[in-house]
Design a protein. Structure first.
Length: 279
């Protein structure tokens, strides 16, 4: 039976707010609870590809850059099922995405709708497609938002500048609603959140006011995040008892429920009964 694929864009043009970390660890947790997951790396920096891909992005013949500029026939060559994270497939990002973005702007009949068009045959094959967006509000992000069914906006909660520019993102979203009226804002996801810190509490309140919706799971800060990226794995594989691993699991479970995705019940509680013992 065809799956009712949800396409979730992880977007915020503010650099370094946790988009890639969220995409990778959420993908891993969604796979662990029994969902089939594809990750699309739409960032020229290709950090998500460097994190979970078994090949170097520069050596991959069909990345998302080639796919965006080619016919749909290239799609099967673009999807790599064998990655460092079990159960997570990958369409690689590439430095060439910058050039692809310029070409789309000049040549494509509907520049913002190429991704939607190209990945359409994947609908029904995966439970979830996660799109890691670049730190810009240009055409690549527009393509992600036009293709997505749902949107998560990561906000760096530990920084006083965490919400800087968010109104631009919300304006952009309004424009995208004209081509993708069903796009559902799941909410802001607070990253590096620590309830004890005043700055985090202030950002939490401001995020609720400005974005309107807060995801009821908050991701704490942890040095294990960088360790996991260097080891090309998920935080869970580095330390499954870490609070941050547990919160990513809770995020996956919340999402599965919010989007009505049927998970593998046996795996649902893995990690949730652990004591929080992060650094
Ligand atoms: N919860 C966290 N705790 C500690 N460090 C984190 C956390 N989340 C992300 N980081 C670190 O912050 C940096 C930025 O994270 P990440 O690359 O996920 O952000 P990004 O939004 O994808 O950045 P870019 O805009 O460049 O694509 C990375 O070094 C990452 O390891
Ligand atoms: Mg990133």
């Amino acid at each position: 039976m065809d799956k009712k694929t949800k396409i979730i864009a992880i977007a915020n043009h503010k650099g370094g707010c946790g988009k890639t970390t969220t995409t990778v660890n959420l993908a891993s947790e969604l796979a662990k609870i029994g969902l089939s997951v594809l990750m699309i790396d739409l960032d020229p920096q290709a950090n998500a590809s460097l994190h979970i891909g078994k090949d170097h992005p520069s050596e991959v013949s069909v990345t998302i850059a080639e796919l965006l500029l080619s016919e749909k026939e290239k799609l099967p060559l673009a999807v790599h099922d064998d990655t460092h994270i079990k159960g997570v497939s990958l369409i690689y990002g590439s430095l060439e995405l910058g050039k692809a973005e310029d070409k789309l702007k000049d040549d494509a009949p509907r520049p913002s709708e190429e991704l939607r068009e190209k990945i359409n045959p994947l609908i029904g094959l995966y439970d979830v497609i996660l799109i890691d967006c670049p730190p810009s509000l240009k055409l690549l992000t527009s393509n992600a938002l036009a293709a997505a069914t749902d949107l998560i906006i990561p906000i760096e909660s530990g920084s006083q500048y965490g919400l800087y520019g968010v109104t631009d993102l919300l304006h952009h979203l309004q424009k995208i609603h004209r081509i993708n009226p069903d796009l559902n804002l799941l909410g802001a996801l607070l990253i590096r959140h620590d309830q004890r810190l005043t700055v985090c509490k202030l950002i939490e309140g401001a995020a609720k006011d400005q974005i309107g919706k807060l995801i009821p799971v908050k991701i704490p800060s942890s040095t294990k995040i960088n360790q996991a990226a260097m080891a090309q794995t998920s935080i869970r594989e580095i330390d499954h008892t870490a609070k941050v691993a547990r919160e990513f699991r809770r995020l996956a479970l919340w999402l599965a429920e919010a989007l009505d995705l049927s998970t593998d019940e046996q795996n649902q509680n893995v990690g949730l009964d652990m004591e929080a013992d992060d650094e």
